[in-house]
Design a protein around this ligand. Structure first.
Ligand SMILES: [Zn+2]
Length: 447
């Protein structure tokens, strides 16, 4: 056991002085034993002067391998009309090139960048399952196990959201670039989930979208144990397809298939109509917004100020990996769209900042079924120390400044399950991981 004592500790929605945290172990499975003033016991002490210690951020929605697209899909292709659907073709082109080594390397790079930015848990929405021609690997879980290996190398806490992918879309011809994603039937998906749990991996189930799963598949997953995540209402085109196939909109379909409930998280929810939103609220499901990806892809924007459901964040395509940027975008974009300020629900002077911290931490942990997201006894010891010596925090009201002016550069130290995975802003071995990912991507591009 050891004691961490920062200048400020974030508990109960506020920064407090004179308090520390007793952590049970430094091996990745450590928990918070107690929070309070240091006693006369003789545990080793880590003092953190000029640091604020917050719960680690939770990245509720990630596709790690898409980190390999960064920069390549932000440039302009002269004369071509660009959209989500053209971006998707670029993503498929990458997905069809990666072999297991390259897949692991680029995923590890994404995870390394996440911990450096202050994320301590990731929900990896994993949908590349097979070889390029669609044949399963000798071990059918090869790539999922590569994701777990990438997480272990970096030290981030992983919840693997095992994706179910049935088809290219309602009435659409098979797309050879999706062959790596397809599952044979719902039982094959559930069997894969069971095998991965037997490997000791925390696993949730993720029907990809109403495009990729029929109603029969969705019904088959309604009783599966664990958390359920799904892309919902991301693009107007998928809602039109859903109406054409089922005569109802996606949220209505999910409700009828028995999926909505407290363990269900809808990712995006950028285009629900009023009736869908009401049904969603009645179903007590949660939402994960991915603001920087949604802005990058032109997906639209969640009407967060109308939402009455727990909201979390994800960096999704990794156009940016920065929890502060996601949280700021949620509030600032809501301001731009409503013409008001302090738009997300809040109470008290620092209430908005506390709301954003909760969105970035506790709500994400709940969506992934993880005991984390608050600094309290019994919770995982997932902690982030921010450097208060930085110029951007001088002469400020501290909590709102940390949220609205925070950045990965301000993250000094990170502990995941009590294990010290970022030290003075550096991920040990991070440069080697970056080099490995660069080489792997160059190799598969050349091949
Ligand atoms: Zn996604």
């Amino acid at each position: 056991m050891y004691w961490i004592e920062p200048e400020y500790l974030y508990v109960d929605g506020a920064l407090r002085t004179g308090l520390g945290v007793l952590v049970s172990a430094d091996d990745g499975a450590g928990r918070v034993v107690s929070v309070g003033r240091r006693g006369h016991d003789h545990f080793p002490v880590v003092t953190l002067p000029r640091r604020a210690l917050l719960p680690g951020f939770v990245n509720t929605h990630s596709h790690g391998f898409q980190r390999g697209l960064r920069g390549w899909v932000q440039h302009a292709d002269p004369g071509a009309a660009d959209s989500f659907w053209t971006w998707r073709e670029a993503m498929y082109a990458l997905a069809t090139r990666l072999d297991p080594e390259a897949f692991e390397a680029v995923t590890a790079l994404a995870f390394a960048e996440m911990v450096r930015a202050g994320f301590t848990t990731v929900g990896e929405f994993h949908y590349v399952h097979h070889q390029v021609d669609g044949t399963p690997y000798a071990d059918p879980d090869e790539l999922a196990l590569r994701v777990a290996a990438a997480a272990r190398r970096v030290g981030i806490h992983l919840v693997l959201l095992r994706v179910a992918y049935e088809r290219p879309g309602f009435g659409q011809a098979p797309n050879p670039r999706q062959r790596r994603f397809y599952d044979r039937d719902p039982d094959a998906v559930l069997a894969a989930v069971g095998r991965l749990r037997d490997h000791g991996i925390e696993v949730g189930l993720a029907p990809h979208s109403v495009r990729a799963c029929s109603a029969a598949w969705l019904r088959a997953f309604a009783r599966a144990p664990g958390v359920l995540h799904m892309h919902v209402d991301e693009q107007p085109g998928e809602i039109e397809q859903c109406l054409a196939e089922h005569g109802r909109r996606p949220v209505e379909l999910l409700d009828e298939c028995g999926l909505l409930g407290p363990r269900f998280t809808a990712v995006h929810l950028t285009h629900p109509d009023a009736a869908e939103l009401a049904r969603f609220h009645a179903g007590e499901a949660a939402v994960c917004a991915c603001p920087t990806t949604e802005l990058d892809l032109g997906d639209g924007f969640l009407r967060a100020w109308e939402l009455r459901a727990p909201l979390s964040i994800g960096t999704d395509s990794h156009a940016s990996i920065d929890p502060f940027a996601e949280l700021r975008a949620l509030e600032w974009h809501s301001r731009a769209l409503t013409g008001r300020r302090n738009v997300l629900p809040h109470e008290g002077v620092d209430g908005l900042a506390a709301t954003l911290v909760r969105i970035g931490t506790a709500h994400g942990a709940a969506a992934l079924g993880v005991d984390a997201g608050v600094i309290a006894p019994g919770q995982r010891a997932d902690l982030v120390a921010l450097d208060l010596r930085r110029m951007e925090f001088a002469a400020t009201r501290l909590l709102p400044a940390l949220v609205f002016n925070g950045s990965p550069a301000a993250v000094a130290d990170v502990w995941v399950g009590g294990r010290h995975v970022v030290k003075e802003g550096r991920v040990p071995g991070g440069e080697a991981l970056a080099l490995e990912a660069e080489r792997a991507l160059r190799r598969v591009a050349a091949g």
